[in-house]
Structure formats: C-alpha cells, structure tokens
Design a protein around this ligand. Structure first.
Ligand SMILES: [Cu+2]
Length: 360
C-alpha cells in the first residue's frame, strides 16, 4: 500500500480536492476510516462488522477501542519488537580508565533498511543498528562516553548528541570536519567522545541536510544520563513518540510510540499495581508542530528534560515540541486496562494509542 498516494492532510481538509481520494478509499473499505485504508484491503474486507484485528485483544464488549489497522506487522522481519524496545536500555561496555573514571562504549551502525511500519506498508528507512528508534543509550553523569559510528548506509550521516561537548563532537555536517568529525561518508566512520553531562533524558539523531528527511527516515534515539545518586527504584519504560511519512509528501500518515501504530493496544504494557513506573518520553516526530502524551484515569509527576530531581508539574497531559522530552512518574492504584495516547487526538486515531495493563 506504500505506493498508494494517500494524502492524509487532503482527506482531513475535505472538500473537492479530497473527494476523489475519499471515493477511492470507500471502494476499498466500504465502512472503513481513512487510516484503516492504509492497512491494506485484504484485511479491511475482513474487518467489516468486526472492527478489524483489534477486537480479539479486547473480547467481551464487541466495541472497538479504535478504528485502526487490521492485521499485524512482521516484527521478526523488522528486527525489533516495541514490546521489547519499551524496556530495552543499552548500557554499552565499560572499562576503568587509568585515572579511575569509567569509560562507556557503544558502536552504532547506520543502515538502510525496509521497515513494515503498518500492516502491508513497507517504508524505506534509515536506521541506527537496524531499528527505530535506535538503541536507548544509558549511562551515568560524569562518565567518559565513546560512541563509534560506522556509516553502512548509502548516504552521508552523523550522530548529533544532545548534551554538553566540544563542537567537533557535535555531529553536525560542516562543523566538525577539521578534526575528523562532521559528515561521515558512506563506508566511513567516526568516534564521538565526550563527558556524560548533564543528567537527564536526551536525544541523539543524524544532523545532515536535509535535516527533516534524515530524521523522518528513522535516524534517532533516546540517550539517558542517570544522576550520580540515581533515581528511586521503578519499572522503567522508554517511549519515543514518532511517525512515518509513507508517501513522502512531508506529512505523516502514521503515528506511534516506538514506531508501530497501535502496537500497545494489541500488546498492552503490563505493570504492577502500586509500583512506581517511570516513563522516559521523547518527541522525535518530524513535520508536525507538536506531540503530546496523556494517561487515562491517573495523574503523574513530570520532570521536563529530566534535569532536575523535583517534578515541575502534576498533571495527566503534557505537550512536547520536536526534540523536547521529559520523565513521567506515576503509580497505578487500581488494576485494569488504562489507555495512553496523544491528546492530539488526530495522532491517536492514526496509531499513537496504547494501553497499560495493571495487574496485582
Ligand atoms: Cu543522516
């Protein structure tokens, strides 16, 4: 379906320009929403009267929780599963330096790779280590960090880390070249090295022009610097809010956390009642002005950028621009299923929607 020229903005705007496209969708999906049409017509016909592949995850009511994609993506072929990504923190390898400090090392490889971003929708992505988001790199403030970047892609890339470091370690095309940094050509490599500071939830992403394309294609990930004293014990989760422009019209047709739309509807994130849950939430979404994060039937403490140990807000909804991120902490006092989604409801209907399953 990736070759189907479906323009979501045109559809939402409605009017004469959108009418032919809407008519075409209705031929394919008689009772379907515009986003269901993205899911492929074979599955869509099976969804008539049954609301697609979602009901089996919610037996009993027979009422759809969303009007989303039918079928499932091939997670094995993609090489990453959002149910694992959500708790996957990459601490790299460490060794003690002669001066007593800890050196922490990773290798990140840029690779061009096709990712099935919704059932039947294959997207020609650019990845770090074959996944989107890239590995969630995790360290502790004050450590020395060394990240070897190997460019196995057919395009030039970099890794630009958020944090505090000298310019030639900033991974920006046109800045670091005098010392071997800057743009890394296909087949080339560069090793970034800097201090882990400040503590908080940060990001890394490619910084080669056109920047929107290099980010939208998938070259980004989360970068957590833990405070020296640590944070209270918790069940920790990473949620990178993102999306995909599957028809290359500079607007997303698909929205998600950790890449696969509605994944956490079909596979709710299981947490324990009364346990502290800490969610690292980052917005890497390209093209849209804002993103947001909302949890149902609960409130949370919010630490913007995670750079202070005192929460700034007690709320149930936050808004983030691209590159903004923060730490969410909460406990679920009741067992059951609790929705979380973008309170940019358009995004929720296009995939940015999931559930916690709270167990005793
Ligand atoms: Cu790039």
């Amino acid at each position: 379906m990736a070759d189907r020229k479906l323009t979501r903005r045109g559809l939402i705007a409605g009017g004469a320009a959108a009418a032919p496209a809407i008519a075409a969708l209705h031929e394919v999906v008689p009772h379907g929403g515009l986003h269901r049409a993205l899911g492929g017509h074979q599955e869509a016909s099976a969804s008539e009267g049954g609301h697609g592949g979602m009901n089996h995850a919610n037996p009993g009511e027979g009422i759809a929780i969303h009007d989303g994609f039918s079928g499932a993506v091939d997670l094995r072929a993609n090489g990453f599963d959002p149910s694992e990504v959500v708790r996957d923190f990459d601490y790299g390898k460490t060794k003690r330096l002669p001066n007593g400090r800890l050196l922490r090392e990773w290798t990140l490889v840029a690779r061009d790779k096709e990712i099935e971003v919704a059932p039947g929708v294959r997207y020609p992505a650019w990845t770090y280590n074959g996944r989107i988001p890239g590995p969630t790199l995790r360290c502790t403030e004050g450590e020395r960090l060394r990240i070897r970047f190997v460019n196995g892609s057919e395009h030039s890339h970099t890794i630009h880390f958020h944090g505090i470091h000298p310019d030639f370690m900033d991974g920006v095309a046109g800045v670091g070249e005098r010392l071997g940094g800057g743009q890394v050509q296909p087949g080339g490599e560069f090793t970034y090295e800097f201090e882990a500071e400040p503590f908080g939830l940060h990001l890394y992403h490619c910084h080669v022009l056109p920047l929107a394309e290099h980010i939208a294609k998938g070259l980004y990930g989360a970068f957590i610097v833990d405070p020296k004293q640590g944070r209270p014990d918790a069940d920790e989760l990473i949620m990178v809010m993102n999306g995909f422009d599957t028809n290359f019209d500079q607007a997303n047709e698909i929205y998600a956390v950790n890449s696969i739309p509605f994944h956490y509807v079909e596979h709710p994130i299981r947490v324990k009642r009364d346990q502290l849950v800490r969610i690292y939430v980052a917005n890497l979404l390209e093209f849209d002005q804002i993103n947001s994060f909302h949890i149902h039937a609960n409130f949370f403490d919010y630490y913007p950028t995670g750079t202070r140990l005192e929460p700034l807000e007690y709320t149930d909804t936050i808004v983030q621009g691209q590159g903004q991120r923060g730490v969410v902490e909460l406990r679920f006092p009741y067992e059951g299923k609790y929705m979380f989604h973008a309170h940019k409801t358009e995004f929720a209907e296009l995939g940015w929607l999931g559930f916690f399953e709270v167990v005793g």
